[in-house]
Design a protein around this ligand. Structure first.
Ligand code: RUQ
Ligand code: CUA
Length: 631
């Protein structure tokens, strides 16, 4: 606040906050609006210097990254590169990140990518979900899927960097992804959406009857695939219960079709339920086949008549599947049907014992509106479902929907709120945990159209913040975002305490520490000098604002050069960089951390390298030379 605004209790932001106020200014002038403007402070206002109440983790969609937002301000705080190549941090270029990206690729992928730059540099992140302990977020990891290249990655929440990335065998893409909620994560479940032959080696091509889909369970601690279950149809979204017994996925292609007409031909598709104990017993009993990657694949298709799966008919092409925080109900969103189906988890044991029919697990099917895609929850038994076609959020009461289904004359629908425009996912604060708190709802809208000044044919998406703390939903903010946050989660800031320094005990630097020892240095932070090892040259330096420990170093044209930079500054927020001009190299070096990069010195001459992170008044002077002698 300026001195003047402090006196009047008025800030520019609160005046600009609402169109009603803005209209008022036009009539009365700013001066007469001051007292009202001060009173009109919105619940989502976070003043400069104030901190947000919640962390938001947003998928970056086609950008391949994950973003951290502050809620309720909707300020973007950080981007975590995951499946993308990051020009700022060197993710995808540093030796440390390349190792993480490549070490768990499948043999066939390694072969395919070997002559193309080693790995895909794009990704399509849909679903960021945190690890759970006892039904609620535990702050350890965020897991995300890459639909484009069939991968799952894990972000360490203490340093907000990816530490593991794996490719899923026997699959063609990964869409739905959810961690086990109870007793802990535990499993991370991943859905394959597009059916392909198994193995997909060209021996089967245009014979869709021989295509398959698999449901994958990953061990969230080791990031190893532990088992897969082959299913009929395809697998769209997935979720798990609060008892640790079941997982379940939607299927929009029960027809096993390969074109739109085929995929949408039948009225009912289904949700498939997986019995985790039965599957574990099946693995133990050896009831599986191995196809690719040493992973047991169990047969959960209908004709196998196994105890691993049950198929529950759901109208029509269901999409989102969301467990309510009460641990009793699962909402299955109809997409092409205007309904959401409410499945009662307590009926699943009888379903698996064949004591009841699949549809007997459905205890309500309220008509919500057109295009229900995803459902979020508060702590009062209410559900919030996105209606893609109606471009609305429908707030409804689960118990009332059940009563109505049982024949009572009640209306479960509480309110419909227009959103701008066409929502996909929505999410409430802590809404996918047992600690849902009913404070904020985000509507992730696919189109912004006229909501912002025009930026050309490609427009931002519009993530809208909705206050759900009262009886009525209230839209309070538009948040433009680059394509395309499919999904997000939000949790109180007290649940996370990220580090200011990664620390040299981070396993990320284990290889570098070992190499520095071998090269005769006492420790990585103390390493400074040039090691010549045949055609290989290792250049160690440390950085402390505003200098690198080496003023220059010399290599020969054609040398394979590895640069290892360690930032020994122990001041919070003092990141250095290393940019080698005209070599296409740039990387981030965190305080009390290292980074390394390897390249061929095939460009003779004088090459300055400089620090690209503003670190000091003499930051521009933080530069040294690499001298490359011609061969
Ligand atoms: S599901 S389209 Cu999150 Cu709606 Cu990927
Ligand atoms: Cu170090 Cu700029």
């Amino acid at each position: 606040m300026t001195e003047e605004s402090k006196k009047s209790g008025f800030s520019r932001r609160s005046v600009l906050g609402g169109s009603v106020l803005a209209a008022g200014i036009g009539i009365m002038g700013v001066g007469s609006m001051l007292p009202q403007a001060a009173k009109a402070k919105e619940r989502n206002e976070v003043r400069p210097g104030d901190l947000d109440d919640y962390y938001g983790f947003w998928s970056g969609g086609q950008s391949g990254e994950v973003r951290i937002l502050g809620i309720p301000s909707m300020r973007e705080l950080m981007r975590i590169p995951v499946f993308n190549r990051c020009s700022a941090t060197g993710w995808g270029q540093t030796n440390e990140s390349r190792k993480i990206i490549m070490e768990n690729m499948l043999p066939r992928e390694k072969k395919f990518w070997a002559d193309k730059g080693d790995f895909p540099m794009n990704g399509d992140v849909h679903h960021p979900h945190m690890s759970f302990t006892d039904g609620t977020y535990d702050g350890r990891f965020i897991f995300v899927n890459d639909k484009a290249n069939t991968r799952v990655a894990r972000i360490r929440c203490d340093i907000m960097k990816v530490d593991k990335m794996i490719s899923i065998p026997n699959a063609a893409d990964i869409h739905g992804l959810r961690p086990q909620k109870y007793p802990r994560t535990g499993y991370v479940f991943a859905n394959m959406e597009h059916r392909v032959p198994m193995p997909n080696d060209g021996s089967v091509l245009d014979e869709p009857g021989k295509y398959h889909a698999v449901f994958t369970a990953i061990d969230g601690d080791t990031m190893k695939v532990v088992w897969q279950v082959m299913v009929d149809g395809n697998l769209d979204n997935t979720d798990t219960d609060y008892q640790g017994k079941y997982a379940y996925s939607t299927c929009y292609n029960s027809e096993d079709g390969v074109n739109l007409a085929e995929m949408t031909s039948s009225v009912d598709d289904w949700a498939v339920v997986f019995d985790l104990r039965a599957i574990e017993a099946g693995v133990k009993a050896g009831d599986f086949k191995i196809y690719e990657g040493d992973v047991p694949v169990l047969d959960g298709r209908k004709k196998a008549k196994s105890n691993y799966t049950r198929y529950i008919p759901i109208p029509t092409s269901p999409h989102g599947i969301n467990t309510a925080p009460d641990g009793k109900y699962v909402i299955i969103n109809g997409k092409l049907s205007p309904t959401a189906s409410v499945m009662d988890l307590r009926k699943l044991p009888d379903l698996f014992k064949n004591k009841i029919k699949p549809r007997d697990t459905i205890v309500a099917e309220p008509q919500l509106g057109l295009g229900p895609l995803h459902t979020a929850f508060d702590h009062k038994g209410n559900a919030y479902t996105t209606l893609f076609i109606d471009s609305q959020i429908c707030k409804w009461n689960i118990e009332k929907a059940i009563q109505k289904y049982a024949g009572k004359k009640v209306d479960p629908i509480i309110q419909k709120l227009d959103v701008q425009y066409q929502p996909g996912h929505n999410h409430t604060t802590m809404g996918e945990t047992k600690d849902a708190d009913g404070q904020w709802l985000i509507s992730l809208n696919k189109f912004s159209k006229d909501r912002f000044i025009n930026v050309g044919p490609l427009k931002p998406d519009n993530d809208q913040l909705i206050d759900i703390s009262g009886d009525r939903m209230k839209l309070v903010e538009d948040g433009p975002v680059f394509s395309e946050p499919h999904d997000c989660i939000m949790l109180p800031r007290a649940l996370l305490t990220p580090l200011n320094f990664p620390g040299f005990d981070n396993p990320m630097w284990d290889d570098l520490k070992a190499q520095a020892k071998k090269d005769g240095f006492k420790s990585l932070p103390e390493a400074s000098g040039v090691i010549r090892d045949g055609n290989k040259v290792r250049v160690y330096m440390y950085s402390t604002a505003p200098v690198y420990s080496l003023e220059k170093f010399t290599v020969k044209e054609g040398n394979e050069v590895t640069i290892i930079v360690t930032n020994i500054d122990d001041i919070e927020d003092l990141t250095h960089g290393f940019t080698l001009t005209n070599y296409g190299i740039a990387m981030e070096i965190p305080p009390q951390g290292s980074a390394s990069v390897t390249f061929k010195a095939d460009l003779p001459g004088v090459h300055w390298f400089y620090c690209q992170w503003f670190c000091h008044a003499l930051h521009l002077e933080m530069r040294s030379r690499m001298l490359v002698e011609p061969a």
